[in-house]
Every structure is written in C-alpha cells, then in structure tokens.
Design a protein around this ligand. Structure first.
Ligand SMILES: Cc1ncc(COP(=O)(O)O)c(C=O)c1O
Length: 395
C-alpha cells in the first residue's frame, strides 16, 4: 500500500512509548518566552485593519508562492544590515518553517543519484529527507573549526573519478546541531572558494544563528559569497515560536525562483506573515532575541553545572557559544544502549548520537542534550537522574 518513499528509510520522528518527565530531546524554545501579549495585540490589529489580506490566499503568484511581500522586505532589510549584501524581497521566499525551505532545496536541486554533502554530525532529518529523494549523502567530518573543507576537496576529486558531481552542501555553520561547533572565518572563506571553483551550491542553515550567548559573531557564509552559490535558511521557530511555522530562504533570485518552482502548497499563513511583519517593524523582534538570549545563557550554565556535579567523571563536552544543545561524549566504559534505556526508565529523554550521522555507528558513544525547553529549576533534577543512569550503565 505505501509508496516507496514512505517505506524507504526508517522514520525520523520517533516518540518513546514511556512517560517522559525531563525532555532534553528536541530543540524547542522555552514556552515562557512566547510573546503572547504582543502577538495578541498585533493579531487583532492585523485582522481589523487588513482583514481580506490576512484571511485570504495571497495575491496571485508572488504573494502566494513567495509569501507576503512586506515581510520579505523586512527580512531582506535585516539581512542587508547584518550581512552587508544587496538583497531585496525577490531574494526571499517564506516557507512553513526552515524545514520546508530545506525540503524545497532538496527537491529543486537533487535528482536520484545526485550527491549532497553534509557535516558529520548534522541534523538527521535532512539526511533522511535526502535519502528519501534517492540522493547520495556524503558525510564530511567536523573539527573545532567546523566542516573539514580539505576533506571535502578530496571527496570532490574522488567523486569526479567516479563520474559523479557534488551538487549541494548542507551546513549548519553556526552552532551546528548537535555539536554546537561554529565554523571559523577561515574555513568559511575556504568553503565559499571551493563552491566557486567546483560549482556547487551551499545551503547555510542558520536557524540558531541569532542565539549567541558569548564569543564574537562570525560572518555568515552568505555574506562572503559573490557568486550567488550560497543560500541561507532561517526561521522564527527557535527565537519566537515553532507553531508560527514561518521560516524563509534568502539567496540569489534564481536560486529562490528554483525553490518557488517546486513548491506545491499555497504558501504560508498570510495572517501570521503580517503579524510578524508588524512585529519586526515595531523593532520588537530584536528586543525579544536579546531577552531570550539571557535566559538560554543561564540555562546553558545550569546544564553545564549539573553535568559537572552529577556526571563529571563519565562525560565530556565543549561549551557551545550559542544554540540549544550540549553534545556529550560518554566514557568508553559506558554501555550507551543500556544508558539510554536506564535514562528513559527514570523519565529522562535525550537524543542518541547515532541520529546525527548517516552511519549510525559513528554516534554511538554520544548524546545530544537540549537545555532550552525545560524550566531552569528542572535542569538539575533531570541531569541527576541522567547521572544515575550513566553510573548504572558502566560495563
Ligand atoms: C538545524 C535545524 N534546522 C532547521 C530546523 C527547522 O525548524 P523549523 O521548520 O521549525 O523552522 C530545525 C528544527 O529542529 C533544526 O534543528
């Protein structure tokens, strides 16, 4: 009964059957940060003053497929300010979260058998989606400075020998999921240069990019590219609220047109797009991001303190400068599967490391801990249970 795509690869969105008291699994924002009053006020204003626009399909092709032009304009303006690139609304398409922009990119640029390179580790959902499209996914290792561009170059040569060509690189260059690593400026230049020399596209997933807690901001790959090969995916999900289902891609107008051409829905909510346009217009968004950064910085500290206190001799991790996650390496004496079972029996869910690699064995001794969603007071109790689960899983 099922299509080949539905049967092909095991599903990514698996839910445990057990009750979870401490969910450190997914990258969700803290619900107490949702700006409810501002959103209520702006929603009402938009409904009363722009009733038809907010509640109808968008205007013709442009407003429907690309999305509400004023929001695209606001977002382009933000990108101009941050990245110093001359972009206008024709360089922006609104999507149902960042994930739809990524799906459109895979659809627009990859045929079965085409090659996609990803960081190892990376967001597993992208690997699963690409494999479902029949693409060949090449993992590229990551070190402290991000994606190993030298290794990617060797892979390009090897692919050419096999008569294959890399079409697309997917990179979470800033606060990589799950490792938290940010690609250095040098590496970014190298990657952009390699893309130009070998003519491949780079999809820069920047959904966590605004959530920097310390360190110096690093320019986006998009800001460094003069050839129109880098396009960037962003979203309001992590900074504002996932249920807005509002993300966007910014890139060369031809790249954005390619994404638009494979779109088969009728665009994002005109209402929410207008609300967010007003939200940006009133300078509320930047102020909101400043507020949430303070909270997540405190949560990151709470999670690190708890890991030191409750699990110290068993675990190692590097402090990420932003994002929602700690990428934790377990001592080799720990049986990871037993640990994950023990943790879940104690009511704690973390995401197994193998979910971030094309080859699951690569992530066996690791897990990703999302510190963003739980109330700060629950972080230590949850990590205490995690520490017990680790201690009980020593071989
Ligand atoms: C790395 C990364 N990119 C993109 C997304 C997409 O999120 P959304 O579609 O809600 O914008 C996620 C969500 O978890 C993510 O972790």
């Amino acid at each position: 009964m099922l299509s080949a795509a539905a049967q092909g690869v095991p599903g990514f969105w698996r839910q445990p059957a057990t009750d979870v008291s401490w969910n450190f699994d997914s990258g969700r924002p803290d619900p107490t940060t949702f700006p409810i009053d501002d959103m209520l006020g702006l929603s009402e204003r938009v409904l009363r003053t722009q009733t038809a626009g907010a509640l109808e399909y968008g205007d013709y092709y442009d407003g429907t497929i690309y999305g509400y032009a004023e929001l695209r304009d606001r977002l382009a303006e933000r990108t101009r300010r941050r990245d110093g690139r001359r972009v206008g609304p024709e360089s922006v398409i609104l999507t149902s979260g960042g994930v739809q922009a990524i799906s459109l990119a895979l659809k627009a640029f990859l045929d079965p058998g085409d090659v996609l390179a990803v960081e190892a580790p990376t967001w597993g959902a992208v690997v699963v989606s690409a494999q479902r499209r029949g693409a060949h996914v090449v993992p590229v290792p990551v070190d402290d400075a991000g994606l190993r561009v030298d290794v990617l170059e060797k892979q390009l040569v090897a692919l050419r020998r096999q008569g294959r060509r890399l079409k697309l690189v997917y990179t979470i260059a800033t606060f990589n999921t799950p490792s938290g690593v940010t690609m250095s400026v040098d590496r970014r230049h190298q990657l952009v240069d390699l893309a130009r020399r070998w003519s491949f596209l780079v999809l820069e997933d920047n959904v966590y990019g605004d959530l920097r807690y310390d360190g110096v901001p690093v320019p986006t790959l998009f800001s460094m590219d003069d050839a129109g090969l880098v396009f960037m995916v962003e979203s309001f999900s992590k900074t504002m609220a996932p249920a807005l289902r509002l993300g966007w891609a910014t890139g060369h107008p031809q790249v954005v047109a390619a994404l638009a051409s494979v779109r088969t829905d009728l665009g994002v909510s005109q209402w929410m797009a207008r609300v967010m346009s007003e939200y940006l217009n009133a300078s509320l968004f930047d102020a909101h991001v400043v507020d949430v950064i303070q909270l997540y910085r405190a949560k990151r500290s709470a999670a690190e303190d708890a890991l030191h206190r409750r699990c110290d001799s068993w675990v190692r991790w590097r402090t990420p400068e932003g994002g929602f996650f700690l990428w934790v390496e377990l001592d080799p004496s720990i049986d990871t599967e037993l640990f994950l079972r023990n943790a879940l029996n104690g009511g704690v869910l973390v995401r197994p490391g193998e979910r971030f690699f094309g080859q699951p064995e690569d992530g066996k001794a690791r897990f990703r801990l999302a510190f963003s969603q739980l109330p700060i007071a629950e972080i230590d109790p949850g990590i205490t249970v995690l520490g017990k689960a680790i201690a009980e899983s020593a071989r």
